[in-house]
Design a protein around this ligand. Structure first.
Ligand SMILES: [Zn+2]
Length: 287
């Protein structure tokens, strides 16, 4: 099994044609590891942006990529063509790895914008290393751990690397993979990109259902048993949608306690996730 760890730098810019914001790729970096996790090849190239020809200050400060480097670079079409050629040398079984799936979103976006393709045709297998690492690294905010924090928590000395440059970030990912690789666990985190609904899933944005009449709203969630005495509470108000939730008030016929309940229905790609919050209402709060 081979691994290609890749990383992108990008500049957020407005596509004047359709008014949409695009994270336009300005650098592609990648390193390729063999099954012993030895780097046997790498790819690194700055990309000349065509939509936003000036770097925003944030990106400039973060990456230290200079305007002169960009001006001298080739455009996305040419660079991605060579990147693809480089990737294909290592065979179809190669697992592509990024830190969080943001870079995958960005490459899909750029494929869409510049090549008018919906999918990245050279990636067959994909793993989000941030998600995989979450299994091993204890942090408070599990989804947001940055590459440098993860690396340092594992004892990787990041001072030798230029952080936020694509090739070096991909090499830090490689260090993390080497440390955390577990042959029993890792395969479960590898998705088969070429089959089924991978891209639909990737680009799906979860949302809160706001229509009570939606077939996805299971009305049984509006039944409430009194949290104190467990007897069925009586609904006092109509159900109103406010702040992403359906809200209504209840009274317990036995304890006379009033409750306010809010129910959220969050649509994810596969499911509807229901969450309920119940609080006591003081008599003085109701009309
Ligand atoms: Zn009660």
């Amino acid at each position: 099994m081979n691994y290609i760890l890749f990383d992108l730098e990008w500049n957020s810019t407005k596509d004047q044609k359709n008014g949409k914001y695009v994270n336009e790729i300005i650098e592609i970096g990648a390193c390729m590891l063999n099954s012993n996790f030895e780097e046997i090849s790498y790819f690194s190239e700055v990309v000349n942006p065509v939509l936003g020809d000036k770097l925003n200050q944030y990106v400039k400060n973060l990456t230290h990529i200079t305007q002169a480097e960009l001006d001298a670079a080739r455009d996305f079409k040419s660079v991605i063509h060579d990147f693809k050629k480089w990737c294909k040398k290592f065979g179809k079984d190669t697992v592509f790895i990024t830190w969080s799936n943001t870079d995958l979103h960005v490459i899909v976006d750029n494929y869409n914008t510049f090549l008018h393709k919906k999918s990245v045709d050279f990636i067959n297998k994909y793993c989000d290393l941030q998600k995989y690492s979450n299994r091993f690294i204890q942090t408070e905010n599990k989804n947001q751990i940055s590459l440098s924090v993860a690396a340092e928590s594992l004892g990787v000395d990041t001072s030798e690397y230029a952080l936020h440059r694509a090739l070096d970030d991909s090499r830090i990912c490689a260090e993390i993979l080497k440390i955390l690789y577990d042959e029993k666990i890792f395969p479960a985190y590898v998705s088969n990109v070429s089959s089924g609904d991978f891209y639909k899933r990737l680009t799906f944005k979860p949302y809160y259902i706001s229509m009570l009449s939606s077939p996805l709203v299971d009305k049984s969630h509006f039944k409430l048993n009194c949290p104190a005495c467990k007897k069925p509470a009586k609904r006092l108000s109509s159900i109103r949608y406010r702040y992403k939730a359906f809200n209504c008030t209840y009274v317990c016929p036995s304890c006379k306690q009033k409750y306010q309940m809010s129910v959220k229905f969050k649509k994810t790609f596969d499911d509807v996730i229901v969450s309920r919050a119940i609080r006591n209402v003081k008599t003085s709060e109701t009309k």
